[in-house]
Write a protein that binds this ligand. Structure first.
Ligand SMILES: C[S@@+](CC[C@H](N)C(=O)[O-])C[C@H]1O[C@@H](n2cnc3c(N)ncnc32)[C@H](O)[C@@H]1O
Ligand code: SF4
Length: 440
C-alpha cells in the first residue's frame, strides 16, 4: 500500500490540475455515455451560474452533477463537473476537485489501495438507479366544468380505455401507487371505476383528484365500494359567485353537498377509505378566504389539507388565459406566501401526515430523491400513455416514451429520456419549461 497524506495527495492533484489540457475528461465522459450532455438549447441561466472554463477560459461553463469512477471500484459521487458551452469540453473545476481527491484518498486508505487522479477512468451521470413506484396518469381530458385557467379545455377531448390502462399497469411491474389525475375530470371516463378496481386487484394504492361535482348517491356508493384510497377535491372559493366565476359551470353548494354525502356514506357504512383531501387554485382576490375554505371543507368531512396553488405562470398555460386574466400571474409570489402561512394554521392534517401514515410516497420535488430543480418524483403519463417529464406538459415530448406500447425500463433507459432527466436534474430547462416557477 502506498501511504499518501491528504496534503501530499492534494499537492499531487494541484500539480496535475495545472495540466488540465492533457487530462481528457471529455473523452472519458463520451466513452461512458455521450448522450448525457447539456441541451444546446437550454434556457439562459442567471449570469451567476456561468463559471470560467478551466480549458478555454471563457465564462460560458456550467456545472453538472456526475459520479467519478476511480480505479476498479471506487465512485466519488455527486461531484460537480464543468461543461463549457463555448468549447464543448468537460473539465474538473479545480477548487472542487480537491473534494473528490480527499474522498478518493480516504477510500483508498481505508481499502488499502492506491488511488490517484490518473485512475479516474469512468463517469456516470445517469439518474435511474431505482425505478419509480408512483405513476400519475390522466384518465381523461374531458370535463363538465370549463374553468377559464384550465389547459385541459384546449386539448383533444379523449379517454384512456380500460384495455390500454391495463397495458400500462402490465408495463410497470414496480408500481406501488397510481394517481388518476390529469387535465380533465377523472370520473368523466366511463371506465373510471373499472380502472380503480383493476388497480386494486393488483394491490396498488389508488388516488385521484376531482372537482367534486359528481358525488351523486350512486357514485358515492361506487366510490366507497371501489376501494379507492384517496380523493382530493378542488375548491377555489367560499363565495358561490367567485367560485362560479373561476370554475365556470361550477356550483359551490352542489360540490359541498357532494363532499358531505361522500364523507357521511363512508363513515356510516364503516369504510376506512377514501380519505378526502382539499386543494385548489388561489388568486389575489380569494387569498384571504384560504382559512375559511379549509374550515368549510373540514366541516363537510374533508380529512387532509393537500395543497393550494397560485395561478400557473408557465408560458404554455398563460397562452390559454383570457386576455383580461393574463396579468393575474403577477400575483404569484404574494399568493404563494399566503398559502404557505395557511399550512401553518394546523386546521387539518397535511398531505405529509397522510403520506407517512399510509406509507404512500408524495411528490417531494425530486425524482427518486435525485432531482433538485424540477417538480417530479413520480412518473407522469398523458391520456395517450405518453410519459412526460413534468405534470405541467400537455403534449408528448417523445412518442417513444409510451407506456401503452413500451415497458417502463425501456423508457427509463431511452437515451433521449435519460438526457432530458439529466438536464432537468441539473436545472437546465428546455424551451417547453418556459415561465415555470421552477426555472426562476
Ligand atoms: C387540472 S385539475 C384536474 C382535476 C379536477 N378536474 C379538478 O379540478 O380538481 C387539478 C387541479 O389543478 C388546478 N389547476 C388547473 N389549472 C390551473 C392553473 N392554470 N393554475 C393553477 N392551478 C390550476 C385545479 O384548480 C385543480 O385543483
Ligand atoms: S374542473 Fe378541473 S379539469 Fe375541469 S375544467 Fe376545471 S380544472 Fe380543468
Amino acid at each position: 500500500m502506498v501511504e499518501l497524506s491528504v496534503q501530499t495527495f492534494n499537492e499531487k492533484v494541484n500539480s496535475l490540475i495545472g495540466q488540465t489540457g492533457d487530462f481528457r475528461l471529455t473523452e472519458i465522459w463520451n466513452r461512458c455515455h455521450a448522450h448525457l450532455k447539456p441541451f444546446d438549447e437550454f434556457l439562459p441561466l442567471p449570469d451567476t451560474q456561468y463559471k470560467t472554463c478551466p480549458l478555454c477560459h471563457s465564462d460560458r461553463a456550467i456545472e453538472v452533477v456526475a459520479h467519478l469512477g476511480f480505479g476498479a471500484d471506487y465512485w466519488a459521487e455527486n461531484g460537480l463537473v464543468r461543461y463549457c458551452c463555448e468549447c464543448g469540453e468537460y473539465a474538473l473545476p479545480d477548487e472542487r476537485y480537491q473534494d473528490y481527491a480527499a474522498q478518493a484518498l480516504l477510500w483508498a486508505q481505508h481499502h488499502g489501495c492506491k488511488t490517484d487522479y490518473s485512475q479516474l477512468q469512468r463517469v456516470d451521470a445517469r439518474l435511474w438507479w431505482t425505478t419509480p413506484k408512483v405513476l400519475s396518469i390522466e384518465p381523461t381530458t374531458k370535463c363538465n366544468f370549463s374553468c377559464w385557467y384550465c389547459v385541459g379545455r384546449h386539448v383533444k377531448q379523449e379517454d384512456i380505455s380500460l384495455e390500454d390502462f391495463a397495458k400500462v399497469l402490465e408495463h410497470f411491474p414496480s408500481l406501488e401507487a397510481v394517481v388518476l389525475v390529469g387535465q380533465g375530470e377523472p370520473i368523466m371516463n366511463q371506465a373510471f371505476f373499472p380502472m380503480v378496481r383493476l388497480a386494486k386487484q393488483r394491490h396498488l394504492r389508488v388516488l385521484s383528484v376531482s372537482n367534486g361535482s359528481t358525488f351523486s348517491t350512486s357514485n358515492v356508493q361506487k366510490i366507497c365500494e371501489s376501494g379507492i384510497d384517496y380523493i382530493s377535491i378542488s375548491i377555489d372559493s367560499i363565495n358561490p359567485d367567485t367560485f362560479a366565476e373561476s370554475r365556470c359551470d361550477g356550483n359551490l353548494q352542489q360540490v359541498l353537498r357532494g363532499i358531505k354525502r361522500l364523507s357521511s356514506y363512508r363513515d356510516e357504512h364503516g369504510y376506512k377509505y377514501p380519505v378526502l383531501g382539499i386543494k385548489g387554485t388561489l388568486f389575489n382576490h380569494t387569498k384571504d378566504q384560504l382559512v375559511d375554505i379549509i374550515q368549510l371543507a373540514k366541516e363537510h368531512g374533508i380529512d387532509i389539507l393537500e395543497f393550494f396553488q397560485p395561478l400557473n405562470r408557465k408560458k404554455s398555460y398563460v397562452d390559454i388565459y383570457p386576455e383580461d386574466k393574463k396579468g393575474l400571474v403577477e400575483e404569484f409570489d404574494e399568493v404563494q406566501e399566503i398559502i404557505n402561512k395557511g399550512y401553518e394554521m394546523n386546521i387539518l392534517p397535511t398531505a405529509d401526515d397522510f403520506s407517512a401514515c399510509e406509507n404512500i410516497p408524495l411528490s417531494k420535488g425530486r425524482p427518486n430523491g435525485l432531482r433538485k430543480n424540477c417538480d417530479e418524483e413520480w412518473m407522469y403519463s398523458l391520456v395517450s400513455g405518453d410519459v412526460i417529464p413534468c405534470c405541467q406538459l400537455t403534449a408528448p415530448v417523445d412518442t417513444n416514451w409510451n407506456l401503452i406500447n413500451n415497458p417502463i425500463d425501456s423508457i427509463l433507459m431511452d437515451k433521449h429520456y435519460e438526457r432530458t432527466r439529466f438536464n432537468l436534474f441539473n436545472g437546465l430547462f428546455p424551451p417547453y419549461c418556459e415561465g415555470c416557477y421552477q426555472t426562476r
